[in-house]
Write a protein that binds this ligand. Structure first.
Ligand code: PLP
Length: 351
C-alpha cells in the first residue's frame, strides 16, 4: 500500500483483527469474556475501535499513535510523561497549553527562547499557531535542538497529518486535538500523540492505562469515521480559506494566513506544508468592533473550536485575553466560497 494519505486514511487499520463489516463496528463493552480466545481483558487497557483509530493516525503521521479523550488530555499526558525542568512556549500558542504548563502546582518553568533550554527540556512548537497562524521551521529547530538533547514536540492541529508531517522533519512527537480536523464534524472530542519511537509509544500506552485516560467508544468511532475523509476535506477547506484570505487582504485588513506572500512565515510554510490550512485570522481596529462584527454573520456560526465541516467565526479576545483585541478567527468549512465571501462582505460592511 502506498503512503498516500487518501489510501492510509481508509486502510491504515486493515490489519486490526475485527469483524468483516466494511464500516467498522463500534465496540462498547467495558470488559471481555476471559474464556474466549484472545488477549482482551478490560477496556481501560485495550479497545479494538481505539486500536483502529491509532493505526490510521500512526500511518498518516509516520509513527505510532496513542489517543486520548481530548487534545488537552493528550498534551497533559505527554508533558507529564516527559516531565522536563523547562518548556519553551511560543508567544502565540493555544491558551489551554499555556495554562496547563504554567498552572500551579507544576514545577515546569516556561521559557521564551530556545537558548534557555538544556538536555531533557522540551521545545513545544505549534505551527501554524493558534490564533495567528505563525509558522515555525520545524526542520531547522529540530536539527539545532535535537543535537542539544532537547525534545521537540509539534502541536500540528491546524495543519493535520495531511498538510504537514513533523516527524519526518525531525520532531520527536506530534500532537493533535482530533476534536478539530481529524474528527471534522464538531461531534467528537479527542487528542493524539504520535512518535516514531516504539518504546516511547509503549510507555505512553502504559501510562494511559494507569491514568485511565482512554477515550470513550463513541468519540473514537466518530473520529475514525471522520478521519476517512480528512484528506478530501482539508484540501477543499484550505483552498476556500486561501480565497477568503485574498478577499480580506484586498479589503486592506491585517490578515494572518500563511498562504499570503505578506505573512512572515510564508516561505517556510510553503516548504513544510502542502497547503496552508483552513484557519484565517484577521484584525479589526478594536475589541468592540470585532465583538460586534462577530454577531453579524449568517453562514459562519459564532462559536469556539475549529476544523469542522461548517464555517465558524470567533472573536478570540473574548475567550483568550492574550489574543489581539480586534482579532476574528475564521475556521473555514465546506460551504461554497462565494457564499462565505458574501457573508464576510455583509458582516464587515460598516468597517
Ligand atoms: N491544540 C490546539 C492548537 C487547539 O486549538 C486546541 C483547542 O482548541 C487544543 C490543542 C486542545 O484541544 P481540545 O479542545 O480537544 O482539548
Amino acid at each position: 500500500m502506498s503512503g498516500d494519505p487518501f489510501t492510509q486514511a481508509l486502510h491504515g487499520d486493515d490489519a486490526i483483527p475485527d469483524a468483516a463489516d466494511v464500516g467498522p463496528p463500534i465496540h462498547v463493552a467495558s470488559t471481555y469474556d476471559r474464556s474466549e480466545q484472545g488477549e482482551l481483558v478490560y477496556r481501560r487497557n485495550q479497545h479494538i475501535t481505539t486500536e483502529r483509530l491509532e493505526a490510521v493516525l500512526g500511518a498518516l503521521e509516520g509513527g505510532e499513535a496513542v489517543v486520548y479523550p481530548s487534545g488537552m488530555a493528550a498534551i497533559a499526558s505527554l508533558l507529564r510523561y516527559l516531565n522536563p525542568a523547562r518548556i519553551y512556549l511560543p508567544a502565540d500558542v493555544y491558551h489551554g497549553t499555556r495554562s496547563y504548563v504554567t498552572a500551579a502546582p507544576r514545577a515546569w518553568q516556561a521559557v521564551e527562547a530556545f537558548d534557555d533550554l538544556g538536555p531533557g527540556d522540551v521545545a513545544w512548537l505549534e505551527t501554524p499557531s493558534n490564533p495567528k497562524c505563525l509558522i515555525t521551521d520545524v526542520a531547522a529547530v529540530a536539527a539545532d535542538l535535537g543535537s542539544r538533547g532537547v525534545t521537540v514536540v509539534v502541536d500540528s492541529t491546524f495543519a493535520t497529518p495531511v498538510l504537514q508531517r513533523p516527524l519526518s522533519l525531525g520532531a520527536d512527537y506530534v500532537v493533535h486535538s482530533s476534536t478539530k480536523y481529524i474528527g471534522g464534524h464538531s461531534d467528537a472530542m479527542g487528542g493524539v500523540v504520535v512518535t516514531a519511537d516504539s518504546n516511547r509509544a509503549a510507555e505512553l500506552l502504559e501510562a494511559r492505562v494507569i491514568d485511565g485516560t482512554i477515550p470513550g467508544s463513541l468519540d473514537v468511532w466518530l473520529t475514525l469515521r471522520g478521519v476517512r475523509t480528512l484528506p478530501l476535506r482539508i484540501a477543499r477547506q484550505s483552498e476556500t480559506a486561501a480565497s477568503l484570505a485574498e478577499y480580506l487582504d484586498g479589503r486592506g485588513l491585517l490578515v494572518w494566513y500563511p498562504g499570503l506572500g505578506t505573512h512572515p512565515g510564508h516561505e517556510v510554510a510553503a516548504r513544510q506544508m502542502s497547503q496552508f490550512g483552513a484557519i484565517v485570522s484577521f484584525e479589526l481596529s478594536s475589541y468592540e468592533e470585532a465583538a460586534e462584527a462577530a454577531t453579524r454573520f449568517e453562514v459562519f456560526r459564532r462559536a469556539t473550536s475549529l476544523g469542522g465541516v461548517e464555517s465558524v467565526v470567533e472573536h478570540r479576545a473574548s475567550v483568550n485575553p492574550l489574543a489581539p483585541p480586534g482579532l476574528l478567527r475564521l475556521s473555514v468549512g465546506l460551504e461554497s466560497p462565494a457564499d462565505l465571501i458574501a457573508d464576510l462582505d455583509a458582516a464587515l460592511i460598516p468597517t
